[in-house]
Write a protein that binds this ligand. Structure first.
Ligand code: 1GP
Length: 230
């Protein structure tokens, strides 16, 4: 795929290599009309379970991208690699530390043309990603907008990702942040569980990411793809 194609995506399913999905469910997800599959997770992601899931998704013609959460699980063969930079982490490791180690380790083998940095702002204090990254989540609209603007303008990040993993976020805030961005793509993920939440999120953000509901209620997950035609 052409790198810039991701800028047209409206809907993604995020699949966790550490979770089980049977062939029938995966078939329906991959044929759902979603724009792409993103593979990634906060814990339990290994080289082995990532390769396995990638090879199963590769039977289908839609793009498959990896969101890298640790250096040991990086697998060749994805269409693009999304790299989270957690702008509101209190620990520099999640902003530049691990990234610097990855560049040091992989050096000239990094296909830079396939790398898409994501300026993350993690906003649900109870999610695993917030705990793991020690993110500062008690932020108001102007705080989050400032992170988004900083990511876009100072770091030239092509994607800003508002992450509410596990709970549906404050759509007013998401809408407000969108007003502050000029060219970065605004990704929203967290608590999209049906067509209603998907529609609301898609009205505020450029791209919505649907995760857990795939494993909890497949039919409801599949309905979220409708936002593409609205
Ligand atoms: C997680 O943003 C995604 O990284 C999706 O969140 O699992 O709550 O849908 P959910």
């Amino acid at each position: 795929m052409r790198r810039e194609e991701y800028r047209n995506w409206r809907h993604l399913f995020k699949l966790d290599p550490d979770k089980l999905i049977n062939d029938e469910h995966l078939d329906r997800i991959c044929l759902s009309g979603t724009d792409a599959i993103m593979i990634g997770g906060s814990s339990g992601v290994t080289f082995e379970n990532t390769v396995e899931l990638l090879s199963r998704v590769r039977r289908y013609s839609l793009p498959c991208v990896m969101e890298i959460s640790n250096m040991d699980s990086i697998v060749p063969g994805f269409d693009l690699y999304f790299i989270p930079v957690v702008l509101n982490s209190r620990q520099p490791d999640w902003i530049v530390g691990m990234h610097q180690q990855a560049v040091k380790t992989f050096g000239h083998r990094i296909p830079w043309e396939m790398i898409v940095p994501e300026g993350y702002c993690i906003l649900n204090p109870d999610c695993e990603a917030a705990r793991l990254t020690d993110s500062q989540t008690d932020l108001d609209q102007s705080d989050v907008s400032a992170y988004a603007k900083l990511g876009e303008q100072m770091f030239q990040m092509p994607v800003i990702y508002l992450e509410y993993s596990g709970s549906f976020g404050d759509m007013e805030l998401v809408h407000e942040v969108a007003q502050h961005l000029n060219h970065a793509r605004l990704f929203y993920g967290g608590g999209i569980v049906d067509v209603h939440t998907a529609t609301e999120a898609a009205a505020a953000a450029d791209t919505i990411i649907v995760g857990n509901i795939v494993y909890e209620n497949l039919e409801a997950a599949l309905q979220t793809v409708q936002v593409k035609t609205e």
